[in-house]
Design a protein around this ligand. Sequence first.
Ligand SMILES: [Zn+2]
Length: 99
Amino acid sequence: MTRRIDILSRILQRIVVAPSGCWLWTGPHSGSNGRGHSYPRMCLDGQTVAVHRVVYTHYYGYVPGKKQIDHTCKNRCCVNPDHLEMVTHKENQRRRDRR
Ligand SMILES: [Zn+2]
């Protein structure tokens, strides 16, 4: 348990809370993967992981590999668990298409 709290405190040191309530990541981002997407990243046990996935797992539990974490606030830099929602890839695509 202490390890998980340690990870979360590392994350919280790297965010700023926006007036909208968003937790904006000030640490490194993944480079654009060709589709213009860039997500907050951090290093965990030598692996690069998406910060919003780590936060979501911390607050809500395990995220199956096939599931994706969508931002209800549409801000990809945001890692506020209140703004994160687990969706299927299909649902995520559908939402993106509608935007
Ligand atoms: Zn947000």
